[in-house]
Ligand binder design. Structure first.
Ligand code: MG
Length: 503
């Protein structure tokens, strides 16, 4: 029997996916094992392979295969899984083909150099050094938006690469609602008199014992070590080669084990999503995560909603105290719980607590949207940053190193990426509120270290669907409602109202 066009497409997609897995492996190795002198040749290898993958993507339509299937789709002749595969493959292909190869190369080269300049500028606390490179990046990203096309704001075209279908108007609405809640809420917390001392939780934690503890925890939550590894890197991340091989990394601090546990739980949440994708559809969009926002919701749900909850530490704290009586046995659970949830405005996003974190994101979102819309002078960014931090977080920024220069994203050409972090927090709160209703005795299960029901629920409602539904529809299906920041606000009010004894 003659093979159907959809089967030809699947074959080509599987081939591309294996190449992407090799690319991910090269990147993983670069962060985890590669010696310093391997850097330059590795960059060349990665650039070559990226080019091959780009060409393979374009070649999906070499003989009219993909556009033929797209025609069938538009004529409603494709149904179910086949329709999803063609819709989502077309989405990726269409973006890819609109960006000429010389443009992609130019952007990659500029971003690579801009990251080096950024690192130096941050080191020297010198924004002026970075400014011309930021200008180049912003111009290229404006060009990208033009090439891809947009109807309302050019920012839409960039956001779409990370959170498909979400418009900047919608993102603005949801983040503005969030800001309107968070700014006064933070003021109330700061006015309360709860004195919490994080230095009580510092001590001496030998690396081998930390590694063993982190592995134990990741496994307890549900990470399958026969389908993945946990390693170390400077910046924790998750990457996947296949649902049967998912790699996570964490980082260790000799004096602070809580630091590694937070990262490990976060990355385990990402990994459970990747391990939970339907293996039988590997290579197709049916076995791919739906958006960065949904991905981040999986990590944040585990890290914060579960991993910073009282029931979770009812389970884990006795084990932690047994393993590390020094320093923990001196601090009762209630006090420990409050300390790890301490709210304090700070300069650095990656160290922010659950309440202030999204204000860091909102600052970046507001600025980058204006950068792309061209309504801001890039030279004014340090001052704009300072004013926003003062207004939203109530603190002074002493230098650009801890201000406008702190994140790598813009130098790497990642504009439109930041909002997905906040979307992740909002989706997570909405999913958690639903889970509380759907899983009987959720808190009781968590308090005895039973996470099976949670994993089953997430797998059935999120993981197994791959890209079958858009993020918007997936959340509606899972929770009965479209994205709404109310869930997150309620979650914070309930949790921090108790911790800070606020009415
Ligand atoms: Mg993450």
């Amino acid at each position: 029997m003659k093979k159907k066009p959809i089967d030809h497409l699947k074959e080509r997609l599987v081939e591309i996916s294996h190449l992407v897995s090799i690319l991910n492996l090269l990147n993983w190795d670069r962060e985890v094992y590669m010696p310093k002198k391997g850097s330059d040749p590795r960059s060349v290898a990665i650039a070559h392979l990226s080019g091959i993958i780009h060409n393979k993507m374009i070649a999906l339509d070499q003989d009219g295969l993909l556009s033929g299937l797209k025609k069938q789709l538009d004529e409603k002749k494709l149904k179910g899984k086949d329709a999803v595969i063609v819709t989502e493959t077309w989405r990726t292909f269409d973006r890819e083909r609109k960006l000429p190869e010389d443009f992609v190369r130019k952007l990659a080269e500029t971003a690579s150099m801009a990251q080096d300049v950024w690192a130096e500028a941050r080191e020297k606390n010198d924004f002026k050094l970075f400014l011309p490179w930021l200008k180049k990046i912003v111009d290229l990203k404006k060009k990208e938006a033009e090439l891809v096309g947009f109807s309302d704001s050019p920012y839409d075209a960039l956001l779409d690469a990370y959170e498909p279908d979400l418009t900047s108007r919608e993102a603005s609405e949801v983040l503005n609602d969030l800001k309107d809640f968070l700014v006064p809420f933070l003021k109330k917390i700061r006015a309360s008199k709860e004195g919490l001392d994080p230095s009580k939780l510092k001590g001496k934690f030998p690396l081998d014992k930390q590694i063993a503890f982190n592995e134990m925890l990741s496994k307890a939550i549900g990470f399958d070590f026969e389908a993945g590894r946990l390693d170390q890197s400077t910046h924790p991340f998750t990457t996947n080669f296949h649902p049967g091989d998912v790699r996570i990394t964490t980082r260790y601090d000799d004096n602070d084990i809580i630091y590694s546990l937070g990262s490990t739980i976060h990355e385990t949440g990402h990994a459970l999503y990747e391990q939970g994708l339907p293996i039988e559809h590997f290579g197709t969009p049916l076995s791919e995560s739906v958006s960065l926002g949904i991905h981040e919701s999986q990590s944040r749900l585990w890290e914060n909603n579960i991993g910073r909850s009282k029931p979770f530490w009812r389970y884990l704290y006795p084990i932690l105290c047994k393993e590390f009586p020094e320093p923990f046995s001196k601090t009762p659970l209630d006090e420990f719980y409050k300390i790890i949830n301490k709210v304090e405005p700070s300069l650095i996003r990656t160290q922010a607590d659950e309440v202030t974190y999204n204000l860091h994101i909102i600052i970046r979102f507001e600025i980058e949207k204006e950068m792309i819309e061209g309504t801001i002078d890039l030279a004014d960014l340090p001052q704009i940053w300072r004013a926003k931090v003062k207004e939203y977080l109530g603190i002074e920024v002493p230098n650009d190193k801890e201000g406008i220069l702190q994140d790598v994203h813009w130098s790497a050409g990642l504009i439109g990426y930041f909002p997905t972090y906040s979307l992740g927090n909002l989706y997570a709160a909405q999913l958690y509120a639903t889970m509380k209703k759907k899983i009987p005795n959720l808190a009781g299960e968590i308090a005895v270290g039973k996470f099976k029901e949670i994993n089953v629920w997430l797998r059935e409602n999120i993981h197994m669907h791959g890209k079958t539904f858009t993020a918007r529809d997936l959340i509606k299906r899972a929770t009965g409602e479209y994205l709404n920041s109310r869930f997150f606000n309620n979650y914070l009010e309930e949790k921090y109202g108790e911790i800070y004894s606020m009415k």
